[in-house]
Each structure stands twice: as C-alpha cells, then as structure tokens.
Ligand binder design. Sequence first.
Ligand code: APR
Length: 324
Amino acid sequence: MARKKIALIGGGQIGGVLAQLCALRELGDVVLFDIVQNMPMGKTLDIAEASRVDGFDVELKGANEYADIKGSDVVIVTAGLPRKPGMSRDDLLATNAKIMTQVAEGIKQYAPNAFVIVISNPLDAMVTLCQRITGFPSKRVMGMAGVLDSARFSSFIAWELGVSVKDVNAMVLGGHGDTMVPIKRFANVNGIPVYELLKKKYKGDMTKVEEVMTAMVERTKGAGGEVVKLLGNGSAFYSPASSAIAMVEAILRDQKRLLPVCALLNGEYGVKGFYVGVPVVLGAEGIEQIIEMDLDAEETKLLKISCDAVEELVGAMDKVLAPA
Ligand code: APR
C-alpha cells in the first residue's frame, strides 16, 4: 500500500517541527511548501539526512509550487505571520486572511480529497475562511487549538498537584483567544476530580482552592502570550506542532479519539455556521461526531461569550476581505 502523503503549507517554525514529527512517527511522505524560495528544500533535506540515525522510511520534499501537494491525504496549514510581543492573535487578521485565501485555493485545486487542519491564527477565522474557499465538507476541515489549550491546562494541573501529566484529563472549549473556556468541573486525574485533589492539598480551604484553580485557568488563557513574551520573536511552535500531529494520527490511524477540535457547528451548543472548539470524535472520516456536553449555567454563559467573540472576529474578517 502506498504511503500516505502529508502536505505542510508554511515551512516556518511550526512547519519544520511538523515535518520532523511526521518523519519520526512515519506518518507518511511529507511535502513542505513555502513561498520562500529554497528554504523548505533546505529544511526537508536536513531532516531527511537524519533518517539513518532516527530510522525512518519516508520521503521528505520541499516545494515552492502548489502542484507538488497533488494528491495529499492531509494538509496542515501554518502559513501566515506569527505574533510579536504585545500582539493578540486577532491582530494578525488582515495579513493572514489574504495569505489563507491563496493557500485555500491551492489546496482546493491540488488536494481536493484532503483532510485540512488549520493552525494559522487567528484560528477560528482562518479555518472558517479555509472551509469557505475550499468548499470541502466540514468534517474534513478543522482547526487545531483545543488539543494545545487542553494540553497546557493539563500541564499546569500536573505541576500544581505533583502528578504525572499522563494521568490528567482536562478540556478547553470555545474560541482560541482570550475567551477560551477551560472546563474546570470535569478536569480530573485518572477520574478523581481536580477540585477534590486541590481540596485535600489545601486542607479544605475552598477560598485557596478557587484561587489556585482560577490561576491555572488564567495561565491557560494566556499561555500562548506567555511563550511569545519569553521568545521575544515569534510564537510557540513545538507544542502546536505536537498537538496537530495528534490530530493527524487520529485520522490516519482511525483512532476515534475524543479531542477538542475547532469544528463547524450546525446547531450544536446553540451555534450555527461558526467554527468553535468542541469535543469531537476524530477518525478515518475526519470529524465523525460532535459531542454535546451537558454544560452548567456558568460554562454555558462563558461558551456563549466565546462564540460571540468568534462571530465578531469572522465579521471583522469579512469586512477586511470585502471588495473596496
Ligand atoms: N503561502 C505559504 N506560506 C507562506 C505564505 C503564503 N502566502 N506567506 C507566508 N508564508 C510562510 C512564511 O514564509 C513562513 O515560513 O509561513 C511561514 C510561517 O512561519 P513562521 O513565521 O515561522 O510562523 P510559525 O511560528 O510557524 O506560526 C505560523 O501558526 O500558530 C500560528 O500564530 C501562528 O499564524 C501563525 C502560524
């Protein structure tokens, strides 16, 4: 059976790590596309020359032409500018919307049967635009945000409780911005609610428990910005790449994983026609199921605020893209 083909549009920081992870896990042959001449050829050559050492059998190719992504099974999009310190993801809207327009047209023409995972920010708007331009079924076009935001939340919980992060389950829903909604109530360590463990740690002092939980939630919301500030140039790239790879693996290996994914809603959670982060089942068909959780009043309110922010962002994008 022929190997799967994975196209990476954008050969910058995230694109490079994605290419290496695809190779290390032998997920398929890789085409790394960028508008910068030669650079993606250099990166893929560099990674390929480690194949003997790392022991992988996949082909890696750099590209400056969309024709090279022909027949891809999966396309991951990171093309666009990253944030600089002090910028919000939304500040990237105008520039990245123009880039996404070209990218989506390239995908539509050369990889009409591909699953598309968008990482470029502002995520919720970029994935919306990508689906609109490609016209692909929404189960094949999704955004990566929730896996990363949830991984960050899980890390903070593990560090606070002094337990292995492998045993932590926590989900973040909503848009990929300041309004994202970490679901505190269901966060658990191998089934034991994080609230219960914090209560034990702080000997029943519920004020302290709430304070610690709130601090973890706030750090999760600002986690991307925290990295941007420390890096001084560019934004997070290792963890976004790993998170997208988990989604690719779920699809290519038909794992049926239940993950928070930025998906086009059609009435679920009272939202119609917008991309929002929700739990889905990810398998060989892409988004095979959207799971509607029973949220309480506070979670519902926060998710509504987040969805409104996404709606506003998409409205702003439509204005930017409208012909003058
Ligand atoms: N087509 C293809 N690639 C493009 C285009 C385009 N029209 N315009 C820019 N690029 C490429 C750049 O040449 C660069 O190599 O996109 C790449 C982006 O890489 P980085 O600047 O290193 O950014 P990165 O850290 O990888 O983040 C990419 O993901 O998380 C988001 O906010 C982040 O929007 C940003 C994106």
